[in-house]
Design a protein around this ligand. Structure first.
Ligand code: AMP
Length: 392
């Protein structure tokens, strides 16, 4: 993997594609986690006396009214405070204003250009990877670094167009390096390699199941998804979430990989999809027509713990229950805690499970919590991701 450390950036103009897609309210940054996350790569470039040119998308720009909402200027101020130095903001994504500002940079200066998606207003040039735009941005710099993992599954001008025009002088930043290193446990996993899958619908996870079932030693299935598998096995799952269209898919997976798939044997059931009613724990063959399972049960938990106890690597995507409800987050939280207490090498695969770990205060205690959402999911599906291909 080519990283910023492999580039000659001393005293050079380095264009870094960062992820400054921060939550904003009334022009104020609500959470600066992503800005803080970008600091190591930016600081490394500054330590090498580079002229640091930063670009990022922010929100979506479809019409004129989206421009002001997604003005990235406040990020320059926030970044300046974090770096303890001036960050020049240029309210343009191209043209003389941007070019003059770049030409006026001294070694060790930092510049942030306007939201790359301002280019989307006129023909989706950023999101559609307009070749002229990628070539233009490449012409502004000597070297290019991509450190925005969240968009790595998309082919945009800022993350694919630019490096396509400067193959030799492009590399990944530290955030992407960390993500790809952690996710690469998939390629040659230390065994036993266990996958934990939860979440709502089978439909959203078909690609992940198809890819991981061939690699894992066991797949533990919880969440709403488990009930489609259980129904495929012939159980009465009452009012539990079922993805009728994918029952045949589940049947096939259960048949082809009978020794790998581990399903719940008990579940926390209730009659309504709410946190307000009491729940009962029931064996999986004992559900009534008007009951729905919203979390796994204690017997299942024990099986899951015993299975991952000796695992050398684990990937976990999706919560085991409706973790938004206090009553049904128990086993997601308990299994996260178990993993932390027993030092099980676990990669949390994006989205809801990372959010659940964050709420439980365990996100920083697991081996790796992947931040990618869609990017992580596509990685787990085994797809080639355009932002990776463009640099490798
Ligand atoms: P996903 O985005 O596919 O990882 O799904 C996460 C969602 O799955 C969360 O919003 C959970 O509330 C939901 N979920 C987990 N377990 C269940 C369940 N037993 N029944 C219904 N929804 C569930």
């Amino acid at each position: 993997m080519r990283t910023i450390k492999d580039l000659n950036i001393d005293n050079k103009k380095v264009l870094i594609r960062v992820d400054f897609n921060v939550p904003m309210k009334d022009g104020k940054i609500v959470d600066d986690t992503r800005i803080v996350g970008a600091l190591p790569t930016i600081q490394y470039a500054l330590d090498h006396n580079a002229k640091v040119i930063l670009m990022s998308h922010l929100g979506r720009v479809k019409e004129e009214a989206d421009l002001a909402k997604n003005d990235i200027a406040p990020v320059a101020e926030s970044l300046g405070k974090l770096l303890g130095k001036k960050v020049t903001f240029v309210n343009a994504t191209r043209g003389p204003e941007l070019e003059d500002a770049i030409n006026a940079m001294n070694d060790g200066d930092v510049l942030l250009m306007q939201n790359t998606r301002y280019e989307d207003l006129d023909g989706k040039k950023e999101s559609g990877n307009d070749p002229e735009l990628g070539a233009y941005w490449a012409s502004l710099c000597d070297a290019y670094v991509n450190d925005a993992f969240g968009t790595i599954h998309r082919a945009h001008a800022s993350n694919v167009g630019v490096p396509t025009n400067m193959k030799e002088n492009s590399a990944f930043g530290f955030l992407i390096e960390k993500e790809l290193n952690a996710l690469s446990i998939l390629n040659d996993p230390e065994r036993p390699f266990i996958v934990i899958l939860g979440g709502a619908k089978v439909a959203d996870k078909i690609g992940v199941i198809e890819n991981l079932v061939t690699k894992a030693d066991k797949i533990l299935i919880g969440g709403g998804m488990a009930f489609t598998f259980l129904k495929a096995e012939g159980y009465n799952v009452g009012k539990s979430l079922v993805d009728e269209e994918n029952i045949d898919f589940c049947k096939k997976v259960l048949k082809d990989y009978a020794d790998k798939i581990v399903l719940p044997v008990d579940t926390a059931v209730t009659n309504e999809f709410t946190n307000d009613e009491e729940y009962r724990v029931k064996d999986i063959n004992d559900l009534a027509e008007d009951e729905m399972g919203l979390d796994i049960g204690p017997k299942t938990m024990e099986i899951f713990e015993n299975t991952i106890k000796n695992a050398k690597s684990v990937i976990w995507n999706g919560p085991l229950g409706v973790y938004e409800f206090e009553k049904y987050k128990k086993h997601t939280d308990d299994l996260l805690q178990y993993i932390v207490d027993n030092n099980v090498k676990t990669v949390l695969g994006g989205g809801d499970i990372v959010a659940a770990a964050g709420v439980a205060g365990l996100k920083d205690k697991v081996y790796h919590a992947s931040t990618g959402g869609g990017a992580t999911l596509e990685y787990l599906e085994g797809k080639e991701l355009p932002g990776i291909v463009a640099i490798q």
